[in-house]
Design a protein around this ligand. Structure first.
Ligand SMILES: [Zn+2]
Length: 185
């Protein structure tokens, strides 16, 4: 989850025109280079800055830490099927024993038996459970996921995401994240 920090540092949080993050999962971040390009193309407003400037012989500019799009982009309602989002849906716990450690993915109906790689057939599972289940069906293994896996909405992932915030959040971003927290303490 540190990819955005290593890509040159000074990541920029990108907000939609309504000042909500363009995306939570993954969090919409641009490199500062892309953000400055968008400023010059007049596509974004700068909302907050880092205490850090870039200089060239002809100009100096503080690095933006938060930008907002000038035109509203319709947010996606269906989160991408990614490894991270499966873990997030399952709250980073094995769906068989509840362990938070050593997580992998399990195909409930094994791929060798025609199981698909979909929201409905993939769950977080710890390595020991995954090994124990092997290539068996849930009935053969007598192992059933605690929660019937489902394709989550963005809202459902937001709820879970508040329990697992990204490990790098610049202070200037916090006002724009988790905007509905007060509705759901
Ligand atoms: Zn387990």
């Amino acid at each position: 989850m540190n990819a955005h920090v290593s890509q040159g540092g000074w990541p920029v949080l990108v907000l939609n025109a309504d000042f909500r993050p363009l995306s939570y999962y993954p969090l919409s971040l641009w490199s500062w280079q892309d953000a400055i390009k968008a400023v010059f193309l007049d596509r974004v407003n700068i909302v907050a800055h880092y205490e850090k400037a870039v200089r060239s012989p002809t100009f100096e500019m503080q690095l933006p830490s938060v930008v907002s799009l000038k035109s509203f982009v319709k947010p996606t309602t269906h989160p991408a099927f990614t490894r991270f989002n499966v873990f997030l849906r399952d709250r980073f716990h094995c769906q068989y024993c509840g362990s938070p450690d050593d997580l992998t993915f399990d195909h409930i109906v094994p791929r060798s038996k025609g199981g698909q790689t979909t929201w409905e057939n993939v769950v977080a599972a710890c390595s020991p459970c995954n090994l124990r289940k092997g290539n068996m069906s849930p009935h053969q293994a007598k192992m059933f996921p605690r929660q019937t896996p489902y394709a989550p909405t963005v809202h459902q992932l937001h709820r879970n995401g508040r329990m697992f915030p990204p490990n790098y959040l610049h202070d200037s971003w916090l006002d724009y994240l988790y905007w509905d927290t007060e509705l759901d303490p």
